[in-house]
Every structure is written in structure tokens, then in C-alpha cells.
Design a protein around this ligand. Structure first.
Ligand SMILES: [Fe+2]
Length: 391
């Protein structure tokens, strides 16, 4: 019997993963020219000890760097358009983004738009970026969103009151610099939220309809790395080994989902995030075990087997070899509920302040590619059932 081998294309920026690699940032930026723009968050600028040193090094190398310092809120199409026109006007050789997913999405979209026509909202409708963006160097300070790896940016469209993606390889980072030292300043809550996002992304990519053999490998290693370190990183932010494993797991998760797509958790997460202003990773973490339960009930061989694999990793080996994949899959789901509780987070949508009355509006906006790649097919009725069961 010949096995069908799923064909795939794999995309990724250049990756630098090293403790204290913040010291290499100026050299990397200089490869692209002598005039750059730094986009970062207020918290990164004020809290990171690395920040003044990086700026001093740029000055001593004769590299001119303008700064945009912003609050860590989620970016809007208007904000991107304003920064893109500044980049067009002032002509920067490169854009350096240092921060969490919001800052990196903003910097990525602005660097892409700066070399293309029109406004960012035009590209949310599926219009393609024609020209390569201004070279973008991405430095994550959280371990979870994956923006430094992906070819999309999620932007709030205020007119439509929706979170929509701009997508295109032409705006993907040229270099992604991973330094666990920079993630140490993340408070426990942000560690939990972003870590749950990374875990969700890895699990959704693993069972996605668009999964492929190479992405599966990455998803498996991502799940192991995140599962083994998230609670420790949450409990003790200075545990550099846990921070490093989380950042590594987040990198692998991002490589997996940017090549294998996501599922129903992310299908729900964007409309819920816009309508109720709840942090993305928290929504993902709460919905993940409920969506897994729904997918498992679909009785799809590959999903049961993969969830079973996850369960085995989560509970460890100790005498559980005889358990079936379904039993192991249920253990994976219960282990995720336990993790949420151990981080003092809600396990149900009511705990996020949602009510059944909120569901119609959420369901109206739950659509898009994440749903299409969910391993079990959905309908409005089934999606409503997931939400009700999760309430
Ligand atoms: Fe996510």
C-alpha cells in the first residue's frame, strides 16, 4: 500500500535563538542600512534594562534610529496607516519591532504597507501586497503570539468593528531574534495568557485539516516544550530555563500554525476579543478544552490519535500504557482544565463575564479560515452548542 504524502510549502524568517541575543540586534539591523525606525511598547522601554544599551550601541555605530513608543494596546488600521505614511515620508531602511504580539503586528503591517499602495483596510479584504515591505526585524518580548514568525497581522478595523488579518509573505519579518532574557519582565498574568495562546496554536495546528508532516513535528515539540514549562514560568518569572523553553515552544508553535493553520478556538477568539475586550490568550485558554471535547466527539481517527498522543505526553508514562487514545484524549482535556485552575483562571465562558445573550452577536462574526481548518466540520448550530457547553 502506498501512503499518501501530503505536499507542503514551508515558510519562515531567519531565526536567531540565543540567550542575551539582544546584544546582536544592532548588528543585524545594520545589515539592512544606516537609518531605522524602532517601534516598541512603553513597558518594554521603561522596564527592559537592555533598551538603553541597544540605543547607545546604535548611536556609537552611527546608525540613526527614530522611535515610536506606544501603549501595548491592539493595533488599529488607522494606527498602521499613520505609521506607514511616516515610513514612506522619512524613508527608513529597516523597521525594528520589539514587544508583544500587538506591537509586532503593528510594525509588520506598517513595514509592509509602506512600500505598497492604499490603506491597511484595503488589504483586510484579501488584496495582495505587491512589493516587498521595508525589511522588518522582529524581537518578541512575550512567548506566545508568534507574530515574529507569521505572515499576517491582526488589526482592529474600527469602522467595521472587527478584527481582521492582513496577510502576505511580503511583510514577513526578515529576521526574528529570540532572547529568553527579554521575556523575563513579563508579569505572571501575561505569561499565562500568551503561553495559553501558544499552547492553543500548537494543538490547533496539530489537528488542523491543513496540517502537514513537517508542521506536525513542530507542533509535537511545541506542545512538549510549553507543557513542561508554562506553569514554572508563570510561578517564577526569573526561571530562565522555563522562560527559554516557553520561548522555544512559542517559536515552534508559530512555525507549526503559520504553515498548518488554526481551528475553531481561533475562529471564536477574534469576534469575542472585539466584542468583549477580553485578552486573546485568555479566551483561547478557556475555549481550548471545550473545543477539543467537541472535536473528539466527532470521532475522527486522526484527531483521536493526536489528542491521545497529547494526553500521553501530558500525564507522563507511569503505568498508563494500556489506555486507549480516547481515554488519553480525555486526560489531555482534563489536564488543560487543571492547568487553568492552577493558574487561577476561569475554565468556562461565564468566568469571562459572557452570557448566553452574547452568543448571537459572536456567532454572526465567527467565520474565516480558522473555522474551515478545524478538524471537525462546524455549522452555526454546532458552534452555538460549543459556546453553550462552555458557558
Ligand atoms: Fe492566537
Amino acid at each position: 500500500m502506498t501512503m499518501e504524502f501530503k505536499p507542503f510549502t514551508f515558510r519562515s524568517p531567519r531565526i536567531v535563538f540565543k540567550r542575551s541575543s539582544w546584544k546582536d540586534i544592532t548588528k543585524i539591523c545594520e545589515e539592512f542600512g544606516k537609518k531605522g525606525l524602532l517601534i516598541t511598547g512603553n513597558t518594554v522601554k521603561t522596564k527592559s534594562g537592555a533598551f538603553p544599551e541597544i540605543m547607545n550601541e546604535f548611536t556609537s555605530k552611527g546608525v540613526a534610529v527614530a522611535e515610536i513608543i506606544r501603549e501595548g494596546k491592539e493595533p488599529t488600521t488607522r494606527e498602521v496607516d499613520a505609521i506607514a505614511s511616516t515610513i514612506k515620508k522619512d524613508g527608513y531602511d529597516w523597521i525594528l519591532g520589539i514587544g508583544g504580539g500587538s506591537t509586532l503586528d503593528l510594525a509588520k503591517a506598517a513595514s509592509g504597507l509602506a512600500r505598497n499602495e492604499g490603506s491597511s483596510a484595503d488589504y483586510q479584504g484579501g488584496k495582495d501586497l505587491v512589493r516587498d515591505g521595508v525589511p522588518f526585524i522582529a524581537v518578541p518580548t512575550t512567548a506566545g503570539t508568534g507574530s515574529e514568525i507569521t505572515n499576517n497581522a491582526v488589526l482592529i478595523n474600527e469602522e467595521k468593528r472587527l478584527k481582521l488579518s492582513i496577510r502576505g509573505d511580503k511583510m514577513m519579518a526578515r529576521v526574528a531574534v529570540f532572547d529568553p532574557v527579554l521575556t523575563r519582565s513579563m508579569p505572571p498574568q501575561v505569561t499565562a495568557y500568551t503561553g495559553l495562546d501558544a499552547l492553543t496554536q500548537a494543538i490547533e495546528a496539530y489537528v488542523s485539516k491543513a496540517s502537514n508532516p513537517m508542521a506536525d513535528l513542530l507542533a509535537e515539540r511545541a506542545i512538549e516544550a510549553i507543557w513542561g514549562s508554562l506553569f514554572n514560568a508563570f510561578r517564577n518569572g526569573n526561571d530562565l530555563n522555563a522562560r527559554e523553553q516557553m520561548l522555544y515552544g512559542s517559536l515552534l508553535s508559530a512555525l507549526a500554525f503559520s504553515n498548518a493553520k488554526l481551528g475553531a478556538v481561533h475562529g471564536f477568539a477574534h469576534p469575542i476579543g472585539v466584542l468583549h475586550a477580553i485578552p486573546h490568550g485568555l479566551i483561547c485558554g478557556v475555549l481550548l478544552p471545550h473545543v477539543m471535547r467537541f472535536n473528539l466527539a466527532g470521532n475522527i481517527h486522526d484527531v483521536t490519535r493526536k489528542y491521545g498522543w497529547i494526553g500521553r505526553k501530558m500525564i507522563g508514562k507511569s503505568g498508563r500504557e494500556s489506555l486507549s487514545d480516547v481515554e488519553l484524549a480525555n486526560m489531555a482535556i482534563n489536564s488543560i482544565f487543571d492547568l487553568l485552575e492552577s493558574m487561577r483562571l476561569p475554565t468556562r465562558l461565564a468566568g469571562l463575564g459572557l452570557k448566553a445573550d452574547d452568543f448571537p452577536a459572536i456567532l454572526d462574526e465567527t467565520k474565516g479560515s480558522s473555522l474551515q481548518n478545524n478538524p471537525r466540520d462546524t455549522s452555526r448550530e454546532l458552534l452555538e452548542k460549543i459556546l453553550k457547553d462552555a458557558l
